[in-house]
Design a protein around this ligand. Structure first.
Ligand code: ADE
Length: 228
């Protein structure tokens, strides 16, 4: 998979995408991520990419022209399956959306700043608008990093058996069960006997029960939400 990201702050994306599993995905050639500083397509020599909003009101808006030129230029390189604008008013990112996006070849992500991007770009170019939650970030970069991570780790070959996404929370509408590591007793608190029994089938059964119980307690909405 290839992901292009248009941003005014490419530096913000460097660290989250160059460690751990995202690094491994890129080292293995399973994922390539390229950030593109929007100022390359600025409308003047001062690097202008935003302007005051029509109708008045505080806050700048990212201009249509630099964004359109950036998208057009990148579209010459590859055909994008989705052009995604990260925005708090988009559909909320779920595991289901991450699963769907992980099946695509080429994604283009647009990070907004200030008051957002000119509405005409949303209407003309954007195919999907995604929010990572009901709160407002200073810009779309951290949301883009979250999306790339959630999608990138699902690409075949990125995770090994130990980190397999199949046992993640949300994959089957259930939260993941509790986990323990050595020692078997720590400060008087014991690891459940079943986990030390070596009985694989019973352990799986216990894990499933725990997952159901945990989901009922913490996220009962998931059990009702067949749409996930
Ligand atoms: N940009 C600002 N806030 C955001 C959010 N919650 N999700 C996605 N992009 C954003």
């Amino acid at each position: 998979m290839h992901i292009d990201i248009i941003t005014v702050l490419p530096e913000l994306l460097e660290s989250p995408l160059s460690h751990s599993i995202m690094k491994r995905a890129q080292d293995k050639g399973l994922l390539t991520v390229q950030t593109h500083g929007l100022r390359k397509w600025a409308v003047n020599e001062y690097g202008q990419v935003d302007d005051y909003q029509y109708g008045g009101g505080a806050g700048m808006v990212m201009m249509a022209e630099p964004l359109a030129n950036a998208i057009d230029e990148l579209s010459k390189e590859r055909t994008f399956d989705e052009v995604i604008y990260l925005t708090p008013d988009g559909e909320t990112l779920t595991q289901k959306i991450a699963n769907t996006l992980s099946l695509k070849e080429n994604l283009l992500l647009i990070c907004g700043h200030y008051k957002g991007i000119d509405q005409r770009i949303r209407e003309h170019y954007v195919t999907r608008e995604i929010s990572i939650g009901d709160y407002v970030l200073s810009g779309g970069e951290l949301a883009a990093a979250v999306l790339v991570d959630a999608v990138g780790r699902l690409l075949p070959g990125v995770l090994n058996d130990e980190t397999s996404a199949l046992t993640d929370s949300f994959q089957d509408n259930l939260l993941a069960p509790p986990v323990y590591t050595r020692p078997a007793e720590w400060r008087g608190m014991k690891v459940p006997d079943i986990l030390l029994s070596g009985h694989t089938a019973k352990i799986e059964e216990w894990r499933h029960e725990q997952a159901v119980q945990r989901t009922k307690e913490k996220r009962p909405d998931l059990l009702e939400d067949e749409a996930l």
